[in-house]
Structure formats: C-alpha cells, structure tokens
Ligand binder design. Structure first.
Ligand code: CMP
Length: 137
C-alpha cells in the first residue's frame, strides 16, 4: 500500500465542496486514513510551497492558500499517487478530463480545488509536513 497527500483547497472549502470531492476520491481504490481541517498561516503556506518560491504566481498562491480553511488528508491505495492524480485532473481545469475533480469544481489554474503529491518521495515529505506518525493509521 502507498500513501499520498491530498489537500482540499480554500476555493472548495468556501463552497462547501468537501463531501462532494471526497465522494469522487473514495469511489476509486482510495481510502482516507487521516484528515484534518486547518487554516494555514502565511509562513506555513510558504514553507509547503517553497519549490515555487521563484514563480510569478507565488505571492498570489500564498494569499489564496491562507484565504480560508483547507482539509488535509492522507489517502491510501495500491497506486495512491497515480490514482489520485488521475481523479484530480490537470492543474489547469480547462485541460482536465471530464469527470475529474478539477473539471467539475475548479475555478481556474490557481483556484483549482485540490492538491496531490506528484511522487512517492514528495508524498512522504508532504504527509510529514502536516501529520505526525501516530495520526496516520
Ligand atoms: P498545486 O498542484 O497545489 O501546485 C502548485 C499550485 O500553484 C497549483 O496547484 C495552483 O494552485 C498554483 N498554480 C500553478 N500554476 C499556476 C499558474 N500558472 N498560475 C497561478 N497559479 C498556479
């Protein structure tokens, strides 16, 4: 079994879409094994997205990620990382396939409703960022 980090982002929590998004996640072979609803401080958002610090959208991304609560979740599955990325759809919702979370719910390339780890190495780093070992079953 593999784990991946899922974030349901501020645009989605503002619109009460958490249950609808989790319905799409759990219809596949993914199980939610840890979950919390939190409000990020700017320094935490900056630390999480440090790889994007030189991108032109970085400051807007931090403002957006701290604009409302987020729901952070650990998903478990045989192919958790790839399966969740398929369910999320492309970063830009205009390019996301029908039936994906971003096609259904995302507003634009920034307010794209969800985040998912892109590799096994990053999944571990991202899960450790939000969860202690004993919080993940
Ligand atoms: P995420 O998959 O969480 O990774 C980085 C985030 O930055 C991304 O989703 C979007 O929320 C945001 N992002 C990525 N590319 C752009 C872009 N070109 N313009 C604005 N925001 C972006």
């Amino acid at each position: 079994m593999k784990n991946t980090l899922s974030i349901i982002k501020p645009d989605a929590t503002k619109r009460n879409l958490v249950d609808q998004i989790n319905k799409l996640i759990t219809t596949k072979d993914l199980k939610i094994v840890a979950q919390k609803r939190i409000k990020l401080e700017p320094d935490e958002a900056k630390a999480f997205y440090i790889v994007h610090k030189d991108k032109p959208f970085f400051n807007d991304l931090i403002k957006y990620m701290t604009s409302n609560e987020i729901v952070v979740q650990v998903l478990e599955g045989v192919n958790a990382i790839e399966d969740y990325r398929k369910i999320m759809g492309a970063t830009n919702p205009e390019k996301a396939e029908d039936g994906t979370i971003r096609k259904n719910f995302a507003i634009n390339i920034q307010e794209n409703s969800v985040h998912g780890s892109d590799s096994e190495e990053n999944a571990k780093i991202e899960i450790d960022f939000f969860f202690k070992n004993n919080e993940v079953s």
